[in-house]
Design a protein around this ligand. Structure first.
Ligand code: GMT
Length: 374
């Protein structure tokens, strides 16, 4: 199969999922073409079956907003024709699904199939914005196959865009269960916790939706009761705000900002608990990455989080903003080493049994086959 995958290259879940899918497809002998405005960070290593195509967007003083969707559609049409692609797979609907639709019309409607994978904010935030909504609905409807990363996201999309449920397939995000094991670059615990402190960790793009100040406030409550350190991984608009809260709470000596890290597995191996108290999370890939490294997750019962984290088994989920309850659960888990070990085992088991590559990839293979034959 020859497949074009378009995605955002930045440190967001959708780009990670698209890249991991590209790698699996390429490993299985498919020819994969990546269409993105930069090389996605998980695809910087050479792979004989992966070809990278940068999107060029013409600049002109008249353009207050560079027409990225048109540059992408042009490149999609060119690559689809030049390489005789079977499928164009758009990750994140805005604007990738629309560009794919346009490319399909340019090269002749019956020559290629389009798949759109919905990731979350493309439905809940950007896609639902009145300035895009009609075009997003149209682009989803016109796709030959549509997938969503959770049941929650499928239901939300059907409700928001009045799309029939059977139009959207749920395929959960997956993880290479052995990825962390293959790397020998794990952090050393005593580098961050020299006096045997417990380590809490959070990783995200520090956007308001992640409620990163909640992370610090949860940590403050834990820190009052247990010697602990907080590792913060990632970059984003709320970092400055978070740093201010850290100073206000006088936690500078116990919170470590690590910035952008490509493989958080290296750091997760040092963590005791992963915090993800987001306002919205259609899936929560970071929670899955933590569980894969046997780290229990404490977070918010939002979106698709309960499809990933089993409350009371692989972590604890509470309503958004319930930071005291989240802190209490963390303290209890850290105080009870037997329970903590059990949760660690459960977390890893759930990641491997439910979300590993060999569980989810056959679902993709079947989905591609159905769309191609449909
Ligand atoms: O979470 C973000 O802000 C990034 C965003 C993205 O599209 O890159 O993540 C979304 O897609 C991820 C991969 O499918 C999901 O794991 C995240 O839960 C989802 N984020 C939200 O729904 C807020």
């Amino acid at each position: 199969m020859k497949i074009g995958i378009s995605c955002y290259p930045t440190h967001g879940g959708s780009g990670v999922v698209a890249s991991e899918l590209a790698l699996q497809l390429a490993n299985n002998g498919n020819e994969v073409h990546i269409l993105s405005y930069a090389t996605p960070f998980r695809l910087t290593e050479y792979h004989p079956n992966i070809l990278l195509h940068d999107i060029e967007v013409g600049v002109y003083p008249l353009f207050k907003y560079p027409p990225y969707a048109l540059g992408l559609a042009t490149k999609m049409a060119e690559v689809a024709q030049d390489y005789n692609l079977d499928i164009l797979h758009a990750h994140y609907a805005v604007p990738h699904a629309t560009s794919a639709y346009l490319a399909k019309q340019i090269i002749g409607g019956d020559k290629i199939k389009i798949i759109t994978t919905l990731h979350g904010t493309d439905i809940t935030l950007t896609g639902a914005d009145p300035s895009f909504k009609r075009v997003v609905k149209f682009s989803i409807e016109q796709s030959d196959g549509v997938s969503a990363v959770s049941h929650y996201l499928r239901d939300r999309t059907c409700e928001e865009f009045e799309i029939p449920k059977d139009k959207i397939e749920v395929i959960h995000n997956f993880i290479d269960a052995n990825r962390g094991m293959r790397r020998n670059t794990a952090c050393r615990r005593n580098q961050y916790a020299p006096n045997g402190e417990k380590i809490l960790m959070h990783a995200s793009n520090f956007r308001p939706v992640k409620r990163t100040t909640d992370v610090v406030r949860i940590f403050q409550r834990v820190h009052e009761q247990i010697p602990a350190k907080l590792l913060l991984v990632g970059e984003g608009p709320d970092r400055i705000l978070v740093q201010q809260v850290i100073r206000d709470l006088n936690l500078q000596n116990d919170v470590i900002f690590l910035g952008q890290v490509d493989f958080i597995d290296d750091l997760l191996k040092c963590a005791d608990i992963f915090l993800l108290p987001s306002e919205q999370e259609s899936f929560g890939l970071a929670a899955l990455e933590a569980m894969n490294c046997a780290i229990p997750v404490i977070g918010a019962t939002t979106g698709g989080m309960a499809e990933v984290v089993v409350d009371g088994e692989t972590g604890f989920l509470f309503p958004v903003g319930e930071i005291s309850a989240m802190a209490k659960a963390a303290v209890e888990l850290l105080h009870d080493s037997e329970k903590h070990i059990k949760f660690k085992e459960n977390a890893r088991k759930r990641a491997v049994h439910t979300f590993a590559t060999d569980v989810i990839m056959p679902q993709w293979d079947q989905f591609y086959a159905r769309v191609l034959n449909g």
